[in-house]
Design a protein. Structure first.
Length: 357
């Protein structure tokens, strides 16, 4: 897939530095994460706290614009303190948790309460793995500091939404999200009918967390939701979630089209890459709707532009209302978006574009 003729993408969102408060009951972990963050560009650690009481006082005194918060703390737990913060003083929070089964369940609860991201504590990693993992934290914290958490509005109650008649018009649906994507896709898929359009979604998140996310939604949605697998047919009524950091997902034309999982280098720093996925859809001439949701970086922008140039419908979550507006802003800057809409309207528009009713 050639991307050399794609437009140069420039950020259209103002960025400010991150002022971080590190909250962890372990002095060693406070020192470790503080050291890691101090080495990150445009990130300053303004203070540390060992528990919720200290954190509450530090927030009032130091005015951080992002907090890293340990899940497990004595007294008030991290989850309880997160709920307090989101209710009284919404501030971007990055939760630090394990990736055990219980840890991923807690992480999903943290997202539901308003956490911007859940970052895995690399407790049993080799030194090389540890350095690679924590090296991501600076970028995550900076994106969190520039997120729209304070302007976040709760989703409308499900019972208030009018279910529309859906008759599939033959258009496939492809979407992508990273930071903030768990929350965005939870809200989006809740509106999908049992006979939803064939859907492939790239979700840049920890695979263990995505597995738990899929298992939870499988019991809640009207349609079917499964991990993306090589050779899977894109058929009506099923959402395929691609999150394997070792493999890209592309679409192979056919009746019906099929998914192919391929091993190759990251594209624009992403794997699986939304740009690669969207590009294969555009080149195959598959009737489709593409959508870039909340996320970091620029993944998806070039590919969505290719879809638009190929005559596909292209949508973007409004950068100023997305939890993290970087990826949607990049798509807008690339002139890839036919429409940009807030999330609740975006999910409705996705289905409308695939509906002939």
């Amino acid at each position: 897939m050639r991307l050399s003729n794609s437009p140069v993408i420039e950020s259209i969102l103002p960025m400010h530095d991150a002022r971080v408060l590190v909250v962890d009951d372990s002095a060693a972990m406070r020192a470790l994460f503080s050291d890691v963050l101090e080495q990150a560009k445009n990130v300053t650690v303004v203070g540390t706290a060992a528990n919720a009481d200290e954190a509450r006082n530090q927030i009032a005194e130091l005015k951080p614009n992002v907090v890293t918060l340990d899940v497990e703390m004595p007294g008030m737990s991290g989850i309880e303190f997160l709920e307090e913060l989101m209710g009284s003083n919404p501030i971007p929070v990055v939760m630090l948790s394990s990736l055990t089964q219980s840890g991923t369940e807690i992480s999903l609860k943290a997202y539901a309460l308003g956490a911007v991201e859940c970052f895995p504590k690399p407790l049993k990693a080799t030194p090389e793995q540890f350095a690679k993992t924590v090296g991501k934290l600076g970028k995550i914290v900076l994106a969190a500091a520039n997120s729209n958490v304070r302007d976040r509005k709760p989703a409308a109650p499900r019972e208030s939404r009018v279910e529309q008649k859906f008759i599939w018009n033959g258009h496939f649906l492809a979407m992508s999200a990273s930071m903030g994507g768990i929350d965005a896709m939870t809200q989006t898929f809740a509106d999908f009918p049992a006979d939803c359009p064939p859907t492939i979604a790239i979700l840049q998140s920890e695979p263990a967390l995505v597995d738990t996310f899929i298992n939870r939604l499988a019991s809640e949605l009207k349609c079917k939701i499964v991990p993306a697998k090589d050779g899977a047919a894109l058929t009506q009524g099923t959402i395929h979630i691609a999150a394997d950091p070792e493999r890209h997902v592309v679409v192979e034309p056919g009746s019906p089209p099929k998914l192919r999982m391929i091993t190759r280098d990251p594209v624009d720093g992403a794997r699986p890459s939304a740009t690669l996925l969207y590009g294969t859809i555009a080149r195959a001439g598959i009737p489709a709707v593409g959508a870039v949701l909340t996320g970091m970086g620029e993944d998806g922008a070039k590919g969505l532009r290719m879809m638009r140039d190929a005559g596909c419908r292209t949508l973007v979550e409004t950068p100023g209302t997305a939890i993290v507006g970087e990826a949607p802003a990049a798509a807008v800057a690339a002139n890839a978006a036919e429409k940009q809409l807030p999330l609740d309207e975006l999910s409705t528009e996705m289905l409308r574009c695939c509906n002939q009713a």
